[in-house]
Design a protein around this ligand. Structure first.
Ligand SMILES: [Zn+2]
Length: 477
């Protein structure tokens, strides 16, 4: 086997690096339909890990899973004007079934608010049934013109949570609570630091009163919206007639929320942590945490392989996901393969190590190499992983903070965006026209009005009118 061809460097062409990496590491591949994606075992395993962690967190907040169908009558979507207007350019519509033209076109769900609230309209009767807290794991379709593996695909996997409440305060509390759940999974497990805040009125979800999001900076300094949570107020309940009798026996519309995260998170994970040699996966989310590479000539093969097998079993019993690589190829190819696939810890065992009852450890994120006694491994590995997890988060946070700039004029805004790239904290007057003009002149959008943005008097960088706080601008995926 020839030495595998190296990846394009991030500094040479970030987009090319990203695509090559997704394909070479076998996270995903292209499908016969443009914009759709085949998710391969490594990519799916990462998604399953994200899914498991999220699902646990949802259930801690009393959310239950359901499943609604993928096909939605077009007329249902049309019941909420802003919602259909927001989604209509992206709809995939089924017009034929069973060899006949359908009496009414069906839409492949772009999201499920409409079919869910239509269903509950007749079934919610009393305040005793509230809050309603449901979630579904499914696929959705949004016809995309410009696609990128994981980050923007026409069909993607996601979860969509939907809740109904008796009061606006409860709905708002829930929307924020779920944003917190996403933040926990991203920061604690995926080692991805997030800016959290509220969307401007132009960037919010079609039909929402308030949209909250997590915004992440990736290594080419652009923003990725990693998860969103929306408070719809009574928008959908009024459109679909979802009412209940309150404690005073008065009929009233419910207040709803929805919140979602998708396979886009896998693309975000790659863009935040991976390097020029391949994926770098945090130990808490990696499919395989440890790979053991036995190194021997044919004479000592049995002895070395037996030692590797024994270690594999021991580590597995201790709860790690482990793989020993017994393939008949040179160790250097194995190192390359597992570095490309981002395995956090590699353990090399050769005759020298077997004889001395030692093992050589190599950490994926730093390349740091150390030889330790095998008997010490079970004590050492938890600390190595904890430290790696923390280090990966800190490094991403430092990168983000070093590339987030405070700017005070439009001239400065343009210069910093052009020369340094990154996120910009700038004053904005709140008007749609300034937001639009800034976008058309610079491609930067208001990613979020961050929760940690303190009230501060200033002047809109575009028009000079008064502004009460800074908002976060960036170019985004
Ligand atoms: Zn302005």
């Amino acid at each position: 086997m020839a030495i595998n061809q190296k990846l394009t460097k991030r500094s040479d062409d970030f987009a090319k690096w990203y695509n090559e990496l997704i394909l070479k590491s076998e996270l995903a591949d292209y499908s016969p339909v443009r914009g759709c994606m085949i998710i391969l075992p490594l990519g799916y395993a990462l998604w399953e890990n994200v899914q498991r962690l999220m699902d646990q967190e949802f259930k801690k907040t009393q959310v239950e899973n359901v499943y609604f169908p993928a096909l939605i009558p077009l007329s249902l979507l049309q019941k909420e004007a802003e919602h259909v207007e927001g989604f209509s350019p992206q709809l995939a519509v089924v017009t034929h079934g069973g060899g006949k033209e359908l009496a009414e076109p069906l839409v492949i769900r772009p999201t499920s608010e409409t079919i869910i609230w239509q269903y509950y309209a007749d079934r919610l009767q009393s305040y005793r049934q509230l809050p309603l807290l449901i979630n579904q794991w499914c696929n959705v379709m949004r016809w995309e013109m410009r696609t990128r593996l994981f980050l923007r695909t026409t069909e993607f996997l996601w979860q969509e949570g939907h809740t109904a409440h008796a009061t606006p305060a409860e709905a708002e509390e829930r929307a924020l609570m779920m944003l917190g759940v996403y933040r926990k999974v991203l920061e604690e497990y995926m080692a991805i630091p997030c800016y959290q805040g509220v969307k401007s009125s132009q960037e919010k979800f079609a039909g929402a009163e308030n949209s909250y999001s997590l915004e992440v900076m990736v290594q080419d300094f652009k923003a990725v919206q990693a998860a969103t949570s929306h408070n719809f107020g009574q928008r959908f309940s009024k459109a679909f007639g979802v009412t209940f009798l309150n404690e005073q026996d008065e009929r009233q519309h419910v207040y709803t929320t929805s919140w979602g995260s998708s396979t886009r998170l896998i693309g975000t994970l790659v863009m935040v942590h991976a390097d020029d040699r391949g994926l770098v996966l945090p130990p808490r989310i990696a499919r395989t945490q440890i790979v053991i590479v036995p190194i021997s000539d044919s004479e000592n093969r049995k002895r070395v392989f037996d030692a590797a097998g024994k270690l594999e079993n021991t580590l597995r019993e201790q709860g790690y996901t482990v793989k020993a690589d017994y393939r008949d190829i040179k160790p250097v190819h194995k190192f390359y393969d597992w570095e490309l696939r981002g395995v956090p810890l590699r353990i090399e065992i050769g005759l020298k190590e077997v004889t001395a009852e030692e093992a050589t450890l190599v950490q994926r994120d730093t390349g740091k190499k150390m030889t330790v006694r095998q008997a010490e491994l079970s004590e050492l590995i938890p600390g190595i992983f904890e430290e790696m997890q923390r280090r990966m988060f800190e490094r991403a946070l430092q990168f983000r903070d070093e590339h987030t700039y405070v700017v005070n004029s439009f001239k400065e805004f343009r210069e910093v965006l052009e020369e340094k790239k990154g996120f910009l904290r700038a004053h904005w007057c709140g008007s749609n026209s300034c937001e639009n003009d800034i976008k058309s002149e610079t491609e930067a959008t208001i990613r979020t009005i961050p929760f940690d943005s303190e009230p501060e008097t200033g002047e809109c960088v575009y028009c000079g009118k008064p502004s009460g706080r800074r908002v976060l601008f960036a170019k985004a995926y």
